[in-house]
Design a protein around this ligand. Structure first.
Ligand SMILES: [Zn+2]
Ligand SMILES: [Zn+2]
Length: 169
């Protein structure tokens, strides 16, 4: 089982964790810890855009211990990456970041969106690309409407790839 550590600036309910874990169908366990990411965020903040540069932020976020398989950061604010107006999240190597600002809504919807984005970025860290199935969690979200349309889980093809990636080592 892949052990993943999630650092978060916002409250992550049990439901978010359960939704992510159930999408991975027992292949992944998510541990959650509160973290102050302010220093790295300040360094990666682009004053002109009023946004956080996602790739720079991930470079700056270096977990003290490397015993976890993957690391996810849930960051308050809005993120972008070079060439993109905004990103809901990004993944590089064994780390992923998800930004909360564009996911904000009533609690229940916010939690579901958060779970989908966390699952999506984790999927990338395990080698999955974007999927053409608009109901699959690996579908690329151009707008928040795309996120709301897709399910929290992987389509059969993506899940098969994921299973291979996770059982490979
Ligand atoms: Zn993606
Ligand atoms: Zn898929």
């Amino acid at each position: 089982m892949a052990e993943v550590l999630l650092f978060t600036e916002v409250d992550i309910s049990r439901r978010v964790v359960e939704t992510v874990e159930s999408s991975f169908r027992g292949l992944l366990r998510l541990a959650v810890t509160r973290a102050d990411l302010g220093e790295a965020k300040a360094k990666a903040y682009d004053k002109d855009r009023g946004q956080i540069r996602a790739d720079l932020l991930l470079d700056l976020l270096k977990p003290a211990e490397r015993r976890w398989r993957r690391y996810v950061y849930v960051v308050e604010g809005d993120g972008y990456a070079p060439g993109l107006n905004f990103v809901f999240g990004v993944a590089y190597g064994d780390k992923a970041v998800v930004f909360t600002e564009r996911l904000r809504s009533a609690a229940e919807l916010f939690e579901l969106r958060l779970a989908k984005e966390i699952t999506h970025e984790l999927g990338h860290t395990f080698g999955l690309g974007h999927c053409g199935d608009p109901r699959c969690v690996m579908y690329f979200s151009n707008t928040i409407g795309d996120t709301d349309l897709k399910g929290p889980g992987f389509c059969p093809r993506c899940f098969a790839k994921l299973e291979r990636a996770l059982s490979g080592r």
